[in-house]
Each structure stands twice: as structure tokens, then as C-alpha cells.
Design a protein around this ligand. Structure first.
Ligand code: ADP
Length: 363
């Protein structure tokens, strides 16, 4: 238990003091003089952010350049187009590209009392802006290379979740760095106990596939639910003859996914609109919602919604069961049953018990 060094407010120091600042201690101008427990502060900061976030989706790939950022941006934008409150956390330290996908290149954020404000991406028809948080907003220049030891990367993952003032969100999409290294482990540890699921981006060729299966295994070993795989660059439509062909044959991908018990949720074509779209600053699902690329992303967006809804229904059922169980065991219920005529009491109790039994079964 941390002990407060501020006298007067909590004499037994049973509750660690909190300065109430919405950012991590490293950003604080008073850090050097501060006597509060910094570890506790950081932990509570992260917990307070996460308490306002519904479903977290980690977009993973075990290989760079397979379209992970493209998938993150378009899935996030697709969710926002359905009216959800969405944030995009750019955890790709060495290639923080979300600022580019959402048109914020060169922009910076200033630390406020409530932490780092994410950038609000507004677009016609969106009920809520997409909130974007990225290391790119904190760098001196866009072309500064990040040469960090693991301890800094670890700290940044904490800032990304705790120091950005995300506010209430239905979905937080995290664009992960490639691989199953330090950043993934740090975030997986930090988010344990929250609604986190993985969405895997891969290209269908064998070399990417083998790497992707490592990410699948990571999730399975951590017990992290997997929404499925987005196959990127899966097929091309010839701009001249409109013929469709595959650059990377996908038969072995389908077999490997089935063997690993992972669903393919979307196949995104290799397309000129997508390769140039990343520079326009508007995700293609918003700029061309009727186009083939947006249609291809739609099942991935729906799979994320379905996963979140199933999780929510499950949690609601469990809490209903807990409430009903507590009431059944409490005197109040017995008192209430006491008011029921004796000949009906047993039947009513049985009905309640069977209702509780049913609420335990999966729908
Ligand atoms: P990652 O995040 O895995 O490194 P990106 O999403 O940044 O990959 O994509 C790498 C490059 O490939 C980007 O320039 C992007 O615009 C392009 N790209 C991604 N997916 C496609 C696609 N389906 N068709 C054409 N270009 C794509």
C-alpha cells in the first residue's frame, strides 16, 4: 500500500493521494518536488481512461507493410460511420502513420490539464469525430527517427492509453507495431481484464501467413479473443479488362486459418485507390462509401460490432444473474415472498430459480 506524504487529508494513508492531473508524471512540471506515489498515479490514470472505453480492438500483424494501418484506419472510420464513438491509438512507434490516414500530418498537440488532447477527425455525416492519438503529434519533426530503448517504448504505451484524454468511447482501435515484441506484451498486460480483441491483418502470401500464425498463437496463449483475419491485397481487378486475378494464391491461407480456428472476416483488394488513399487524409470507407474497397471493409467492421455486442450481452447477462442471485439470497426476497399466499410461494420461488438457471445459459 502506498503511503501519502501529504499530511492532513488521509492520516492513515489508506488511500494513496492523487493530484488529479490527467497526464502521466513525466509530463508534469512539478514532478521533481512531487511526493505522491507515481506508480499509483499512472495506474489510476490508465484505469480511469479504460473505465470509459467499451471495446478495444488491437489491429495486429506480425509483419510490416501488410496494411495494418490501412485496416486500422478504415475499420475505425467504418465504426464511426455507424454512429459509434471511436478512437484510434497509434501504437506503431516506428511508423506512426495514423496522423497521415486522418489528415493530421505535421500537426502537434499541447499538454492540457486533462492530458494530451487527441485530434478530432470530423467528416460529413459522422455523428462523433474519430479521436486520433499518435506519437507523431508529440515529435519535433515528422522525419525524426525513433531510436528508443525498450524502457521508453514501455512508457509510451502507458502515455498512449493514460495520458491521451480519450473520453467516453465505444471502440478504441489500436494500430499495433508489427511483431509480438515489447509493445504488444506491454499493452496486453496493461489491458488485461478489459474487453480486448484482436483483428489480424495479413497478405495472403506464405511468408506473411507464417508470421501471422505467430500472432494468432500469441492471442491464443494469452486468452485474447480473435475477431478474425483481414486478408489484405487479396485479388486485383484489372482496370482495362475488369478481369479479376490473385497476385498471391490464397488456398494455403484458407487452410492454415481453418486449422488455427481463425475466421477470415474480409478480403480487401489490391487497389490504386487504397495505395494513394492513405495520403488523402480521409479513409476510403468514408470518401468512397459505395466503392469496392469500402464494401470489402464492411464485413470486418460488422465483425467488430458483432463481437462487441456479444461481449456486452454476455456481461449484461452475468450482471443480471449476479443481481438476481444476490436478491434471491437476501432477506428482502424472502420477505417479499412472505407476502405471497403460501400456496403460490413455492411455485413462484421455482419460477425465479428456473429463470436464473436460464440466464446462465448461452443465448
Ligand atoms: P502496415 O501498417 O502494415 O505497415 P500500411 O497500412 O501502412 O501497412 O500499408 C503499407 C502501404 O501499402 C501503404 O502505402 C498503403 O497505402 C498501401 N496499401 C495497403 N493496403 C493496400 C491495398 N489493399 N491496395 C493497395 N495499397 C495498399
Amino acid at each position: 500500500m502506498a503511503v501519502s506524504h501529504f499530511p492532513g487529508r488521509d492520516p492513515l494513508a489508506l488511500v494513496p493521494e492523487d493530484c488529479g492531473r490527467g497526464h502521466a508524471c513525466q509530463f508534469c512540471p512539478e514532478e521533481e518536488q512531487c511526493k505522491l506515489d507515481k506508480g499509483q498515479h499512472e495506474k489510476r490514470l490508465i484505469e480511469s481512461r479504460l473505465a470509459q472505453i467499451g471495446q478495444i480492438i488491437m489491429v495486429m500483424a506480425n509483419k510490416g507493410g501488410v496494411g495494418k494501418s490501412t485496416v486500422s484506419a478504415n475499420v475505425a472510420a467504418g465504426l464511426a460511420a455507424q454512429g459509434y464513438r471511436v478512437g484510434v491509438a497509434d501504437a506503431d512507434i516506428h511508423g506512426p502513420n495514423q496522423s497521415r490516414f486522418f489528415g493530421f500530418v505535421g500537426q502537434r498537440v499541447r499538454l492540457g490539464k486533462q492530458g494530451l488532447p487527441p485530434k478530432d477527425f470530423e467528416f460529413f455525416g459522422l455523428e462523433h469525430p474519430v479521436k486520433v492519438g499518435s506519437l507523431a503529434f508529440m515529435m519535433e519533426r515528422d522525419d525524426t527517427p525513433i531510436v528508443w530503448r525498450d524502457a521508453y517504448k514501455h512508457d509510451f504505451m502507458h502515455h498512449l492509453i493514460g495520458s491521451f484524454d480519450w473520453g467516453p468511447l465505444d471502440f478504441l482501435v489500436i494500430d499495433m507495431p508489427p511483431g509480438t515484441g515489447n509493445e504488444l506484451i506491454t499493452l496486453a498486460d496493461m489491458l488485461e481484464g478489459h474487453d480486448v480483441a484482436a483483428l489480424l491483418a495479413t497478405t495472403p502470401q506464405e511468408v506473411a501467413l507464417m508470421d501471422s500464425l505467430k500472432a494468432v498463437r500469441f492471442c491464443q496463449e494469452r486468452g485474447m479473443p480473435m475477431i478474425g483475419v483481414v486478408e489484405n491485397m487479396a485479388g486485383v481487378t484489372c482496370p482495362h479488362c475488369s478481369g479479376h486475378f490473385h497476385v498471391f494464391p490464397r488456398s494455403h491461407l484458407a487452410d492454415a486459418l481453418a486449422a488455427a480456428d481463425v475466421a477470415s472476416v474480409a478480403q480487401i483488394p489490391l487497389s490504386l485507390a487504397l495505395s494513394s488513399g492513405s495520403d488523402t487524409g480521409i479513409p476510403i470507407v468514408l470518401s468512397e462509401p459505395e466503392g469496392p474497397e469500402a464494401q470489402a471493409f464492411a464485413p470486418a467492421v460488422d465483425a467488430c460490432v458483432a463481437h462487441a455486442k456479444a461481449g456486452f450481452a454476455d456481461a449484461a447477462k452475468q450482471s443480471l444473474h449476479g443481481l438476481a442471485q444476490a436478491s434471491l439470497e437476501s432477506d428482502e426476497l424472502e420477505q417479499a415472498l412472505g407476502a405471497v399466499p403460501p400456496e403460490q410461494r413455492d411455485a413462484l420461488r421455482q419460477q425465479l430459480e428456473s429463470l436464473l438457471g436460464n440466464s446462465n445459459e448461452p443465448s
